[in-house]
Structure formats: C-alpha cells, structure tokens
Design a protein around this ligand. Structure first.
Ligand SMILES: Cc1cc2nc3c(=O)[nH]c(=O)nc-3n(C[C@H](O)[C@H](O)[C@H](O)COP(=O)(O)OP(=O)(O)OC[C@H]3O[C@@H](n4cnc5c(N)ncnc54)[C@H](O)[C@@H]3O)c2cc1C
Length: 410
C-alpha cells in the first residue's frame, strides 16, 4: 500500500498541502466539513514569499491571471484629510523574486482545488470529500473519526482545519482556543465603477489601481484593494470589537454585519472616506471578530501535524495568514519528498521524525510573523491628531525574503 495522507480541512492550507504532497502512489484524502468547498467574496493578497510558491513552483500563474489576478504595486496610507501619509512601492520581483499578488479569494481557492484534485497534474490526484466533519483524531494510530461516526486511517494526518481546529486539541492533549484581539472586521465588495463615479472619493483614490490602500483614523481603519482586473473593490473595515461590534449575545465569530451600525461606527470619518461603506448598502456584508492564537507549545504529535490557522492563526495586519499556510504546505512537500522510497510508511517513528523536522523549520518564522501581526494592529494615530505613525513595510524584509523551507532551514 502507498503512503496514505488525510488532510482535515479544504481551505487554503489544506488544498495547498495536497498540492505540495501529491506524488505517484500516494493516496491523499481531504475531509471538508462544509457541503460545498468554497471561499468568501473578498480580495486576498499573497506576499512574494507565497506567490512564488503558488504561481512559480505550482505553476498557477496563467490560471490566476486568466481570472484577473493583479500585481499589488504599492501600499498607500491616507489620513482622514485625504492626504497621503506614505507610499511604499511594492514592485518586489527584483528584491524578493516574485510580486505581491491580489486575487479574488474564490479564484485562488478554485485554482488550488483544481491543482490538488485534477488528474492532469503530476502525481496521484487528491480526493476532496465534502460534508465530512472530523470530530476527533488519534495521533498515534493515525485514525480520524468523523461526526457521522465513520473512522478513517492514514499514515500522516494534517490538521488544516482553521482557527477552530478539532485536530489541535488532539495534538496538544487539551483545548487551546483562539483569543479575541479587541478587533472586528467588516468585509464587503462593491463594483469599482460605482465607486469611481463618486468624485469626492475618486479625487483621492483610484479603486481600479493595483494597490493596497489604507485610510486611518485612530482606532478604526479601512484596508482596501481591487480584484479581478480592477472591476471590483474589496473593503475591510477594522473597528474596535465590542463583542462583534454589534450584539454581545452573538457567540459565533463570524456573522452578517449590520450596515447601519457600521455607518455609525464610521460616522466621524469624512464623507469621501465613508463612500465605499455607503455603497455597500444592500450588498453582502460580513463581520468577523478577529481572533488569533498565542504561539502553541508544539504543532505535532506522532502522525498528526497542524498547519495554517490551526497552528498559528494571526491578525490580518501583515496580510500573511494564507501566505504562511502556503509556506507550511511547501515545507511538508519538501520534507516528505520521496519519504516512502527510503522509509517504511507504517513506521510511526519515521513519520513523527519528519513532522518534527517540519515543525522545527517552520515554528520560529511563523511565530515571529504572528507576533509582528499583533504589533501592527496597534492604533496608528494619537487621539486628536490625524498624523499617521505606522510603517506597513516595517517587517517586509523578514516576511518576504523566503525561498522555500529547505533553503530557510539549511
Ligand atoms: C479580515 C481578514 C483578511 C485577511 N486577509 C488576508 C490577506 O490579504 N492575505 C493573507 O495571506 N491572509 C489573510 N487573512 C488570513 C487568511 O484568510 C487565513 O490565514 C487563511 O484563510 C487560513 O487558511 P486555513 O486553510 O488555515 O484556514 P480556513 O481558511 O479557516 O480553512 C479551514 C477549513 O477547514 C474546514 N474545517 C474546519 N473544521 C473542520 C473539521 N472539524 N472537519 C473538517 N473540516 C473542517 C473549514 O470548513 C475550512 O474550509 C485574512 C483574514 C481575515 C480575517
């Protein structure tokens, strides 16, 4: 029998792990709890450290370009007077070997899913099973039990089941929950055309430009960027978390946002800066309570290893959550490369040894970026003063200078 791998979770981390681990005679099953495996509508940026893996190593540049992928050319930071406080060019190919890219999340997810599960790529295609929620796992025997009671077994189990991971408790021998960070995020997408017609806004910001724009007003900020060749504009509105900013009875971390409440929260932003929020009335408005994890004591036990948000959920302030998940996946691919040629796959010790190597290679880097992300979330203006004192490029060299796990750990 070949090397059998179960991946719990069909998000960015799980699909990326399937791509990285695909090899002939490897059976990879991805177990996804939701009935349809898809992403939300929002822009996601991949930093050069991850775009070089996805577009270069995994060959998805052309597919993503067809779907309207854009190069993110700069960070532009504005104060509430519409004055640009800083512009940081992000044309990063020469410096970091790849560009910072902007995708529609659904497009990135679809491209990864196809690359993981289509037989047209090298190695045995992974099988994606939807409506398959994992309830628990045994890290020594390599079994997972689904909520339905079905039990599956494998030589390697990858917990890519996100911030509320079920596998995490099995690896750590007890629950470790993500902690509220004091921030919530509204997310919405609007047609760029409509925004461009708003002259007060368009005088300051061109929503079609490949650029990440922040508008900062003390403890609230808008982080915005285009997707699909500049036809749609994605807005993340960060606000202090008052138990989901809306209703303290809400216990889920993700809910539908209330447009009126959001507008009240941004009432002291000037009219030009409120325009994107006003235009989102009637469109899908989501609200996320932003949580992250403290660094975990370990990410693996026996045959099971955690990756992505399950291992190191972080705030979105460095735009590195998905990028770190992709680095984790690439590391699994590199360390398990041709594993079964030299090792009996049913050897618990041998699998655990490789999991240990992956963990040692990845832990310091992902943890550092997790902590940078917390640091970058602090208010960027003093009360009563509109001058912005933050530098979105502060951690860029560390974050983006990366050429794969083998190179990082040599
Ligand atoms: C507002 C915001 C903006 C962000 N912007 C960026 C950005 O620009 N760039 C960036 O790199 N990152 C960004 N991130 C972070 C990024 O979205 C996450 O880090 C990334 O999606 C994590 O991927 P994941 O696969 O680990 O987890 P998820 O995306 O959470 O996927 C986990 C999957 O596992 C499934 N699952 C969960 N439990 C089970 C179970 N028990 N059994 C089976 N399946 C299960 C879930 O249904 C889901 O499909 C942002 C995050 C937020 C909140």
């Amino acid at each position: 029998m070949g090397f059998r791998i179960i991946i719990v979770g069909g998000g960015i981390a799980g699909l990326a792990a399937a791509i990285a681990l695909r090899q002939d005679n490897r059976e990879i099953i991805i177990l996804e709890q939701s009935p349809i495996s898809q992403e939300i509508g929002a822009t996601i940026s991949l930093q050069p450290n991850a775009s070089k893996i996805v577009e270069g190593q995994w060959g998805l540049a052309a597919t993503l370009k067809e779907r309207g992928a854009m190069v993110d050319e700069a960070f532009e930071v504005y104060n509430l007077d519409g004055e640009m406080q800083m512009r940081i060019p992000l044309v990063t190919k020469d410096k970091y070997g790849a560009e910072r890219m902007m995708y529609h999340r659904a497009d990135l997810h679809e491209a990864l899913k196809h690359r993981a599960t289509s037989p047209t790529f090298p190695g045995q295609a992974a099988v994606l099973r939807t409506s398959s929620r994992v309830a628990s796992c045994d890290c020594e025997t390599g079994t997972v039990e689904l909520a339905s009671g079905e039990v599956l077994s494998a030589d390697l189990i990858i917990g890519a089941d996100g911030i509320k991971s079920a596998v995490r408790g099995c690896v750590l021998g007890g629950e470790v929950n993500a902690r509220p960070t004091g921030l919530s995020a509204y997310r919405m997408m609007i047609p760029a055309d409509e925004l461009q017609q708003q002259s007060e806004f368009a005088k300051v910001i061109n929503p079609r430009k490949g650029c990440t724009t922040m508008v900062i007003g003390q403890d609230r900020r808008l982080i915005m960027g285009p997707a699909r060749n500049g036809t749609i504009y994605s807005i993340v509105a960060l606000v202090p978390d008052e138990s989901m900013n809306e209703d303290s009875r809400i216990t889920s971390w993700t809910t539908k946002g209330d447009h009126e409440k959001m507008m009240k929260t941004f009432a002291d932003f000037p009219d030009w800066a409120q325009k994107p929020l006003q235009l989102a009335k009637g469109s899908a408005l989501g609200l996320w309570q932003l949580r992250d994890l403290d660094p975990l004591p370990t990410w693996y036990r026996g045959r099971a290893i955690l990756i992505g948000d399950a291992a190191h959920a972080m705030l979105p302030t460095q735009g590195q959550g998905a990028s770190q998940a992709i680095e984790d996946a690439e590391a699994l691919g590199a360390f398990f490369h041709e594993f079964e040629r030299t090792t009996p796959v049913n050897s618990l010790g041998a699998v655990a040894q490789v999991n240990d190597a992956v963990f040692r290679c990845r832990y310091d880097r992902a943890t550092t970026i997790q902590l940078y992300s917390r640091q970058a979330a602090k208010p960027a203006t003093e009360p009563g003063n509109r001058k912005v004192n933050m530098n979105p490029a502060e951690f860029m060299d560390y974050n983006c200078s990366y050429n794969g796990a083998r190179d990082w750990c040599k």
